[in-house]
Design a protein around this ligand. Sequence first.
Ligand code: HMG
Ligand code: MG
Length: 300
Amino acid sequence: GFPEQVTIYEVGPRDGLQNEKSVVPVEVKAEFVRRLVAAGLQTVELTSFVPAKWVPQLGDAEELLDLLGPLALGQQRPVLVPNERGLDRALERGVKAVAVFGSATETFARKNLNRTVGESLEMFAPVVRRALDSGAWVRGYVSMCFGDPWEGPVPISQVVDVCSRLMDLGCDQLSLGDTIGVGTTGHVARLLDALDDAGIGVDQIGVHFHDTYGQALANTVTALSHGVGVVDASTGGLGGCPYAKSATGNLATEDLVWTLEGLGIEHGTDLDALVETSVWMAEQLGRPSPSRVVKALSGS
Ligand code: HMG
Ligand code: MG
């Protein structure tokens, strides 16, 4: 059944901004994070410690953390780290939560990580071990859990295999990514059942839906009805992956909050403050938020 309370895992500053055509000034990013935290969001993923050559949009990771000061620290401010170099950079800044990001498909592992699936897991192994040793919390993302733009539909057994291997490395939580937004509710239910059969319960799972086909909210409600209590979302519905064709924005945090309100599920956030933040961010980016809830509540 539905959980009583949901943790919203906000990915706007990272997933949202990694795909912007222009680089958002670091002061704007810092202000975005401050507003998100002030709106009650507890978990806010800040940025990625990847080479600027790969993701120029997030080339200011150190600067952002310095600007944020204490607000950037603790187990509820994860950052992405693909390898030990990224982990070193994060630990040097005192980071206490990291996320590695694997792929369920070989093609996307190659495009996003320049590795096979197996080689990427080998790359993550020392990252996860050293992060845990340092007292950090570790999340393992799995991209392309439903479909892949190059390989088509992704077999559930293949997804379960990568999930199991990430859990075996010691990850505290998995995030099931529908990177290109092609998943549908029945598929979500079948994947959660298969993971449960493999010993990975809903208490270890977060869901990460992109809204390309308008299915993100329906898929989220399906996951909630199975007891999933961690939902990734991006304020204003920003987002996408520069290395995945046809990836659009994440589930908008405002759309999620509207639904949680209706279900009577605790979420701890101030919807009006989120909408105000999205309106402000839209001004910074020069285009309106794609979220219907933002449009409705801001009268835009
Ligand atoms: P590579 O080119 O194979 O890396 O890329 P390398 O180890 O050969 O290193 C190349 C150079 O980069 C070297 O420098 C390294 O020192 C340097 P050089 O000798 O040329 O001067 N380097 C670094 N510098 C700074 N920070 C680092 C770092 N690592 C190496 N961490 C690599 C391999 C994994 C680095 C690359 O493929 C990469 O960064 N990929 C990340 C791409 C990315 O960020 N994608 C978006 C995030 S995933 C996503 O959005 C999906 C998600 O939202 C879930 C979903 O929706 O499905 C999470
Ligand atoms: Mg994503």
